[in-house]
Design a protein around this ligand. Structure first.
Ligand code: GLC
Length: 540
């Protein structure tokens, strides 16, 4: 059992991300809720995870599914009550599961009292909580675009001013230069720590040091000053785990974010590996994945943070398409390839994150445009249409990369609505739940679920997975991802065939007598079979 009072406990932990809207509904309104999560804690305990990263459950108008917070100290009624939240924290703790909340500190909702006050006039004390620039209705301060499409500035006629928002207009950016803003956020964080929350995921945290006049959003000049202050003032509790979302992080920056002295964060979610199959800077244009590049990317991070920082390990989250559809095989090798991808990731150094349904090999969904709920998808569709793209091409991008791929309801059973709700689900349930669901997976000892359970256990049993040095084997091989981990006399080898064909592979001599810890085919063969993965271990 992990001692969570100990510094760095999260280096031995495995986390599980819950997107509450889609996890489990208990009141029949078609939207998941906190009581639903409580009712599934036994399932998560069986999987063996140590903590839950809970996507936002704060009060919110839900323009961006809770990433637009209108009250940081309250629970959205859609998800339940504060009493439910307290019960969840307690019930999870009883199972040695920590709750990690998702803090959106870069921006809030336009319905937050701070913004409603700010709109009242330039003299209002909350006005300076946001970023305003003077100007006429036809002259925005500059041509910056928001991440969801459209201008990053919105005009307020009554004030004769524009406010800055990196996301939707309903998500005004907070002015981190204002010390009162920072102190208000730190106090709010302490409020949740006092309730028993054991860590935080920090939404787009690398964007808080922005300088919109110079068109700088990520990695701004004041970012590290703010992060160090945040860490000092709000995270001083021993043992809190803090995970920053940082799209702009490279290895060097991540060393600073996740420095072992704890001056900033525990670790960051960086996305370099997740951008390798983009054809352009935009995620919507898909290119084939080069395995050689993927391997080099993981190597750079594994070697680059060794002893100098800490990696988070993930292939999925609520913003990314399902990995089995992306780098695996949705067809005949669906479960085999899901296990292969998991093996590749879980043998590395870092803290693994499993996104809900990943342990069931959940896949992407194809809906007509009207079926999608995500604000980003609809903005993207309209933008591409204006640019002259054909409907079919736009839909192909959405099917491949739209965020709702990850947000379809969790598949609990083969029954109606996959056991997610007795009402009408807020987003379509994937038809494939008849085959891929938790009930079936729990009953089948060979399922992807039990494979993940085993991987988690292996990580706990093998210190070399936590601490060993990473070495990439055959970096130029375009089909096989093989690496070793070495620490003192302990050696681990991970071998993964990323293709649907048999591939020759010669076991390095020192591993010939090694013991198989886990594999997705029963016995080893001459060559590696489609999507085969093996993790073997030996000692000198
Ligand atoms: C992060 C979240 C994403 C959200 C955005 C704005 O990228 O993961 O879901 O839309 O920030 O808060």
């Amino acid at each position: 059992m992990l001692d969570k009072r100990k510094r760095g406990w999260w280096q031995q932990a495995v986390f599980y991300q819950i997107y509450p809207k889609s996890f489990q509904d208990t009141d029949g309104d078609g939207v998941g809720d906190l009581r639903g999560i409580i009712s599934r804690l036994d399932y998560l305990q069986e999987l063996g995870i140590d903590g839950i990263w809970l996507s936002p459950v704060f009060r919110s108008p839900q323009v961006d599914n809770g990433y637009d917070v209108s009250d940081y100290r309250d629970i959205d009624p859609m998800f339940g009550t504060m009493a439910d939240m307290e019960e969840l924290i307690q019930a999870a703790k009883e199972r040695q599961i920590s709750i990690i909340m998702d803090l959106v500190l870069n921006h809030c909702s336009d319905q937050h009292i701070w913004f409603r006050e700010a709109l009242k006039g330039r003299e209002n004390p909350f006005h300076d909580y946001f970023l305003w620039r003077d100007g006429g209705p036809d002259t925005p301060p500059n041509d910056m675009e928001s991440v969801f499409g459209g201008p990053a500035w919105t005009y307020v006629p009554a004030l004769g001013q524009w406010y800055f928002h990196q996301f939707a207009p309903q998500q005004p950016d907070l002015n981190w230069e204002n010390e009162q803003v920072r102190q208000a956020l730190y106090e709010m964080i302490r409020f949740w720590v006092d309730k028993g929350v054991e860590g935080f995921r920090l939404d787009v945290i690398d964007q808080i040091g922005k300088d919109p006049d110079r068109k700088i959003t990520g990695n701004g000049p004041r970012l590290h000053f703010f992060l160090e202050e945040l860490s000092r003032e709000a995270f001083r509790e021993e043992g809190l785990v803090t995970v920053g979302e940082a799209w702009g992080a490279d290895v060097e920056r991540a060393r600073r974010y996740s420095a072992p002295d704890g001056s900033e964060l525990s670790m960051v979610f960086q996305f370099q590996h997740m951008c390798l199959d983009n054809a352009t800077w935009e995620k919507w244009d898909v290119a084939p994945l080069s395995l050689v590049k993927l391997k080099a990317c993981f190597r750079d991070w594994q070697e680059g943070l060794y002893g100098q920082g800490w990696n988070s390990l993930f292939l999925n989250n609520h913003d990314l398409p399902r990995i089995v559809s992306r780098w695996g095989d949705e067809g005949a090798y669906r479960e085999v390839s899901a296990k292969m991808l998991a093996t590749m990731l879980h043998g590395m150094q870092g803290t693994p994150y499993i996104y809900q349904g990943e342990e069931l090999a959940m896949a992407n969904i194809r809906l007509p445009l009207e079926g999608y709920q995500d604000v980003e998808i609809h903005n993207f569709y309209n933008k591409r249409l204006r640019l002259g793209y054909a409907h079919e091409d736009i839909m192909a991008s959405i099917w491949a990369r739209g965020r709702d791929n990850a947000r379809t309801p969790m598949q609990w059973t083969a029954g109606e609505n996959a056991g997610f709700t007795t009402g009408k689900p807020w987003l379509a349930v994937n038809e494939d739940h008849k085959t891929f669901n938790a009930q079936a997976a729990l009953a089948d000892p060979d399922s992807v679920f039990h494979y993940y359970r085993k991987l988690i256990q292996i990580r706990k049993d093998c210190p070399v997975i936590r601490d060993g040095r990473f070495s990439l084997l055959s970096p130029e091989d375009e089909h096989i991802f093989a690496y070793s981990r070495d620490m003192d006399r302990a050696h681990l080898l991970v071998v993964c065939n990323f293709t649907g064909q048999d591939r020759p592979f010669t076991m390095p001599a020192r591993f010939c007598q090694a013991r198989t810890l886990i594999a997705n085919y029963p016995e080893p063969a001459e060559s590696l079979r489609p999507y085969e993965a093996r993790m073997v271990y030996c000692e000198d």
